[in-house]
Design a binder for this molecule. Structure first.
Ligand code: ZN
Length: 296
């Protein structure tokens, strides 16, 4: 099962969040039918958003978006405090040739554009002040670097981010996925910051470790090197959407009577698709007639 931990180091001046997300990425690939390069891009985005989203308050929602000119067209991921994440891409089948080093050309399908983070407060309890929106240009397109750049520029939190997805040729197409987010809080000692930057730059690929059975605590250890840390909590995390047949029916019920009658008479029912999870909901004419009856 996928897990995420929160940890602190250097007397609370360094915050560490790490997660194993193999199951989450497998579920996203299964639902969206993404090509290998898009799977790597979406998987990194889901993991990064989950790590960042775990720092928000209860009832809040965090969305990270890449609006880009590259072939993937755009990537959106949304996470909650309780450890659920969902996401999608505009073009699931973009597949350029691999880079010279054999790696998936994620930055190649992302191209230029903006990296946007939207923080919505009180979302689940219906209290919705203006969302906070932060946006920076895409600096790398490899996604981990873009999360780090966003945090440094837009939220003034110097950060190091490691994200990785290791694919395989057979189902579930993901051998390993995981990530680490390290944030230097105010008061962090320069020497510690340099040590962490140095360790992270030489850290082995997180996916190789996850494939060998490493958990989130092992990933934090690799990213921090010799620096001691304390795990504050551990929680399960999962790909989970908020859509349902009831919500789909509710959206139809909210339409005007003429529109609903057209669905019954002309379309002989309604089919709705959730962009976030690619789930399809079908309502028969009898279901829609019942909604019309409840509407009066
Ligand atoms: Zn959905």
């Amino acid at each position: 099962m996928d897990k995420l931990i929160h940890a602190t180091a250097a007397d609370g001046t360094v915050r560490v969040i790490s997660a194993v997300t193999t199951g989450i990425v497998a579920e996203a690939i299964r639902r969206h039918g993404t090509s290998p390069t898009v799977s790597a891009a979406l998987g990194r985005m889901l993991t990064g958003t989950l790590l960042l989203g775990s720092t928000i308050k209860e009832f809040d929602r965090l969305t990270a978006k890449i609006d880009c000119s590259g072939e993937v067209g755009g990537i959106t991921a949304e996470a909650t405090k309780i450890g659920t994440v969902r996401g999608f891409v505009k073009n699931p089948i973009a597949e350029p040739p691999p880079k010279a080093n054999g790696k998936f050309d994620v930055s190649g399908i992302v191209g230029d554009g903006n990296f946007v983070v939207i923080r919505e407060a009180g979302f689940e309890i219906g209290f919705r002040p203006e969302p906070y929106v932060g946006s920076v240009p895409i600096v790398s397109g490899e996604i981990a670097e873009d999360f780090a750049y966003y945090l440094a520029k837009s939220e003034q939190i110097p950060s190091a981010v490691l994200l990785g997805v290791l694919l395989q040729n057979s189902e579930p197409f993901v051998a390993a996925s995981g990530g680490v987010l390290i944030q230097m809080m105010p008061g962090a000692n320069d020497h510690i910051v340099t040590m962490i930057e140095d360790t992270v730059s030489r850290a082995p690929h997180v996916t190789e470790l996850v494939k060998e059975g490493a958990g989130p605590e092992d990933l934090a250890r690799v990213a921090l090197g010799v620096i001691d840390f304390e795990v504050l909590d551990e929680r399960p995390v999962s790909f989970q959407c908020t859509c349902s047949l009831e919500k789909a029916a509710g959206m139809i019920a909210a339409l005007g009577e003429d529109e609903i009658r057209a669905m019954i008479e002309e379309d002989k029912g309604a089919v709705m698709n959730c962009g976030f999870c690619n789930e399809t909901y079908s309502l028969a004419t009898s279901d829609i007639e019942r909604l019309l009856g409840e509407n009066r």
